[in-house]
Design a protein around this ligand. Structure first.
Ligand SMILES: CC(C)(COP(=O)(O)OP(=O)(O)OC[C@H]1O[C@@H](n2cnc3c(N)ncnc32)[C@H](O)[C@@H]1OP(=O)(O)O)[C@@H](O)C(=O)NCCC(=O)NCCS
Length: 193
């Protein structure tokens, strides 16, 4: 079995795409039921309010900026409040990946809607940590959690012309039209679960 760039064994039944890079040796961490150690150096857990600064750093970094809209603090507050109250049942979810020094190196925000669609609002990885399987880990985790909840699909929008358009089809997402946003045109992608 090949080793991923994260230094973890790659491949395994949960891999939907990007097989060679997905970390699969996941242990449940001690901090909470929803915290997992994904490598010796990285942990994934639910976001807390103080993570907002780290999340904003990822969004606002030079090469990432054009991929994101504005993420208000109140939106993070809502997700944190709901996750703290409802745990995995929370409809609004933010997961963060934290390194050994406590730096937020990646995040994903999604909403499990009542109409059966999970909407992925943002996914971002710190520039120095990109292409090492972290984004794939977060996206696969979301897909798995959505399926487990009985959701019908995962949907997202990403700006036309951005590199990320090549990313989602690797996980089985299909283009489902375009959406004229306030500032730019977005491609819509959907994954039927
Ligand atoms: C897109 C993104 C979430 C992928 O996460 P990742 O951990 O870097 O990616 P993985 O290691 O899982 O997969 C690697 C693939 O990601 C894609 N990728 C890598 N860097 C990227 C970037 N800066 N922008 C878009 N896609 C990128 C490539 O397709 C890459 O494949 P390759 O290595 O064969 O070229 C991450 O690169 C990122 O945050 N990019 C900038 C912000 C963004 O585009 N977010 C999505 C729109 S909201």
């Amino acid at each position: 079995m090949a080793k991923s760039k994260l230094g973890l064994l790659a491949g395994g039944p949960s891999c939907i795409a990007h097989r060679s890079k997905l970390p699969t040796t996941i242990r449940t961490g001690a901090t909470s039921d929803t915290s997992k150690t994904i490598s010796a150096k990285l942990t994934v857990r639910d976001a807390q309010l103080e993570d907002y600064v780290g999340i904003r750093k990822i969004i606002n970094s030079k090469n990432n900026r054009a991929s994101f809209g504005y993420l208000p603090r109140v939106v993070v507050e809502d997700a944190v409040k709901n996750q703290n109250a409802d745990g995995e049942k929370s409809q609004h979810r933010i997961r963060v990946v934290v390194d050994a020094n406590g730096r937020i190196v990646a995040f994903l925000r999604a909403y499990h809607r009542q109409d059966g669609a999970t909407t992925l609002h943002e996914i971002g990885v710190a520039e120095d940590m990109q292409s090492s399987g972290i984004g794939s880990f977060l996206l696969t985790e979301l897909i798995t959690a959505s399926r487990k909840r009985g959701m019908e699909k995962v949907a997202l929008k990403t700006p036309v012309g951005m590199r990320s358009n090549g990313y989602y089809p690797r996980f089985g997402f299909k283009q489902a039209g375009t959406y004229k946003g306030r500032k730019r045109v977005l491609n819509c992608y959907e994954l039927t679960l």
